[in-house]
Ligand binder design. Structure first.
Ligand code: NCD
Length: 261
């Protein structure tokens, strides 16, 4: 019996966790809107977690605050899976992303991987970059002007001796990339709409595709807004929907591992 508590918008993460539970023969209890739970009455997250743990064998939590999953795990008697904690982490996404690369390329070592977009605010870009450091990739952190790669990430990569470069322009490297991993500007993380509207993200178009290697792959955690033109979808190097499909398998594995008695 798995509880999914999603206090931030989600399509793929919640539904792939829920289908994963059901495919493993389990059942789902779910709260998808904090306005419909006792949180709206002023209950703390920790009290909610303590109570939900009575009804479920594990809790999948998405929450707008960084550190929420960690705080929940301190009081929880059942495993907590972090399904995204605000600007913090999204570890199961990183697992399915790296799995997708292994499936498509058989390796991560020595691949030229572009980590592209709002690296400052995107938990998926940050966690993806960190998880690739379990291998030996060449990372290119490619951020729009006005966005800096966070020190926390660059220090982490330095400590892991992961090769990376930071760029604000992708022209010089596009033709050498094996993996293009692009994510949207994280609008909801900007306190000021004016700051958000000043940022222009990179866009993958059919012209971009002509510059990429014939065997490059284009990935995204989705949702995409403007950073991948829909015309690119027909190119067989665009694998983001397959990538999303891998979410089910990775989450089945994760749940099976956690719920072994
Ligand atoms: C991502 C997220 O929620 O961080 N989406 C997802 O889980 N597949 C990426 C995003 O929202 O941009």
């Amino acid at each position: 019996m798995i509880a999914t508590l999603f206090f931030e918008p989600s399509t793929r993460t919640r539904l792939s966790f829920e289908t994963a539970v059901k495919r493993l023969g389990g059942e789902v209890l779910s709260v998808n809107d904090s306005a419909q739970s006792s949180i709206a009455k002023g209950e703390s997250l920790q009290d909610t977690i303590r109570s939900v743990g009575n009804y479920a064998d594990a809790i999948v939590l998405r929450h707008p605050n960084a550190g929420a999953a960690q705080a929940a795990s301190i009081v929880s008697e059942v495993p907590i899976i972090n399904a995204g904690d605000g600007a913090g982490d999204h570890p199961s996404q990183a697992l399915l992303d790296v799995y997708t690369i292994l499936q498509q390329k058989n390796r991560v070592d020595d691949l030229n991987i572009g980590v592209i977009g709002d690296v400052a605010h995107s938990r998926t870009l940050q966690n993806f970059a960190k998880l690739t450091s379990a291998y030996r990739p060449n990372l290119f952190l490619i951020t729009p002007l006005g966005i800096q790669a966070p020190m926390e990430l660059t220090r982490f990569l330095d400590q892991r001796r992961t090769k990376f470069r930071i760029l604000h322009d992708w022209q010089a490297v596009l033709s050498s990339l094996d993996v293009v991993y692009i994510n949207r500007i994280q609008k909801e993380r900007y306190a000021n709409v004016r700051d958000f509207s000043k940022i222009t993200n990179f866009t993958v178009t059919t012209t971009t595709m002509t510059q990429l290697k014939p065997d490059a792959i284009v990935m995204s955690p989705l949702p995409r807004v403007e950073e991948i033109h829909p015309d690119v979808d027909n190119d067989n190097r665009a694998i983001y929907f397959q990538q999303a499909n891998n979410g089910t398998f990775i989450r089945m594995a994760l749940l099976a591992e956690l719920c072994q008695s």
